[in-house]
Design a protein around this ligand. Sequence first.
Ligand SMILES: [Zn+2]
Length: 302
Amino acid sequence: MSSLEARRLSHLEATIRAASGEQIVTIERLVAEVASTRVAEVALVRRTEVSHAERGCPHCGTEGAHLHGKDKNDRQQFRCCISACRRTFNILTGTPMARARKPKKWGHYLSHMTDHRSVRKITAARIGVNHTTVWRWRHRFLRASAQDNAMTLYGVIEADETFFVRSCTGHRGWVNGRPPEDRAARPRAWGATKWSLSGEQVPVLTTIEAALDGRIAAGSVVCSDGAPVYARAAVTAGAEHRRVMVPTVAPKVVKLAPLPTKRRQKGRLGLGRVNAHHGQIKGLVNGRCRGVATPYLGSYLG
Ligand SMILES: [Zn+2]
């Protein structure tokens, strides 16, 4: 950092420290807004800080690597201090963004991606990279943000599963005679061809126990539809499990005699939020993204 930049930063710090409560709230909002438009840059700086502090080698896991100059993108390089390893790395080694080119264009690309624009539309916006690169970057950034999601859940946790129709969109097997599944290709709008839950549906939270393992903080309350898998996950984590009764009424019966609507009691536990969240991700994946091939579903959900 140049001395001019350092002086400006210390001046800014002094101004923030002297700000009133109201001004701090405004500054907080402004910083969050700017950070959301420059996600890549901010994430990179954060990662740089962590890497500089730990200097952990992604190849062998040893900490305390030596500084090893800068690469052509002006990114700090490190060299492992263990003689058996001695490999060089930078802050992105071992992440989905490793060896991705043109870092100066990531911010511009991300501003389009956060609006959920299609690959074709982003290419047409002339950000200076071609169609294939845009597609690759999309999946790299999705994987990177999916990795960031691994966190511990605490407090009142609502758990439920949802299903997506298995999708092989874009698979070349339908054209070159090696279809990925033993069925004819179908238009997306058809959805699953079988009723109820079949092999055509992919559950999100596929292996619920694996997905929740180590993520629930002890002392939390896990609300679910009562499936044994949630109860087991809660017991393992030292949390309380509560079964939430979901009324199952056949649509025909409702039509004949509408049930009186019950006012929801304040503070009562339910699965409303998780079900609303499922609605949102279905809207994003099936609506906005026009369906996503099953192998990439995990990245999009992340
Ligand atoms: Zn090493």
